[in-house]
Write a protein of this length. Structure first.
Length: 250
């Protein structure tokens, strides 16, 4: 099965699942959407690339917001929440004019958009000179000692780590940005924790992971492991990297 088909089926079956996890992932009083929104300019036209169920729509009030995604189910969830306008299109072929937006936001979407060099080139194309890209993607840290044990246990139960279409290409994002005329202005990491409060939370968290080819038996083992964490008021770490970059010429 190709990644395109996997992602289509994944999000058709569980629209809003990424928002479910990230709304529960906290660092103090902040969630990953708060963290991303705080660096977005207070005015202007914003393209939310890979908008999903549109959690950023209301957070970016005061801007002219446009959401783009490939998933019909996610866009339906976004529409039901009152978000709009919405575009169903590929991030590798954004149906907007050159230099037509002031900012591009990508919450947990760059690692699932391919081909990544073309996606970055499209982001640079639609940004006006001086415009801002603000993106969050998964990373490997920071982690607490207990986090490392929790992650190792989940990977052992699954027999593999979660995967993304961009694969090992995400570390090249800063290089790709520079190639396309985007100057990196910020690169920070932060650890959020997703508290698992009961068996349903454990099931939801597991269902949020991209696990193509993982057997049902492995999933059952992983679910049992996550339910074990619930008994000890455990949480799963959600370490994120936030990148900001500015298009040259502003």
């Amino acid at each position: 099965m190709t990644w395109d088909r996997y992602l289509e089926g994944f999000h058709a079956a569980r629209p809003g699942i990424t928002e479910w996890v990230l709304r529960r992932a906290r660092d103090g009083g902040t969630d990953p959407y708060d963290w991303l929104a705080e660096v977005v300019p207070p005015r202007g036209r914003v393209l939310d690339l890979g908008c999903g169920s549109a959690p950023l729509f209301r957070m970016l009030a005061g801007r002219s917001w446009i959401g783009l995604d490939t998933s019909r189910a996610e866009l339906a969830a976004a529409r039901a929440s009152g978000a709009g306008p919405l575009l169903r299109a590929s991030a590798a072929a954004i149906p907007l004019r050159d230099a037509s937006v002031d900012a591009v936001t990508c919450s947990m979407s760059l690692m699932v958009t391919t081909p990544l060099p073309q996606v970055v080139a499209e982001i640079a194309r639609v940004l006006r000179p001086g415009g801002l890209l603000a993106a969050t993607i998964p990373t490997t840290g920071p982690l607490r000692p207990a986090d490392r044990a929790a992650v190792a246990g989940l990977i052992a139960a699954l027999g593999r780590a979660p995967a993304y279409p961009a694969g090992r290409g995400t570390p090249r994002i800063p290089f790709l940005l520079g190639e396309c005329g985007l100057r990196v202005t910020g690169d920070s990491r932060r650890r959020f924790g997703c508290r698992l409060r009961g068996p349903d939370d454990a099931r939801q968290f597991l269902s949020s992971l991209y696990l193509p080819g993982t057997s049902a038996a492995r999933r059952r083992i992983a679910l049992g492991y996550l339910r074990f964490l619930v008994l000890f008021r455990g949480e799963m770490p959600v370490p994120l990297l936030r990148i900001t970059a500015e298009r040259a010429g502003g």
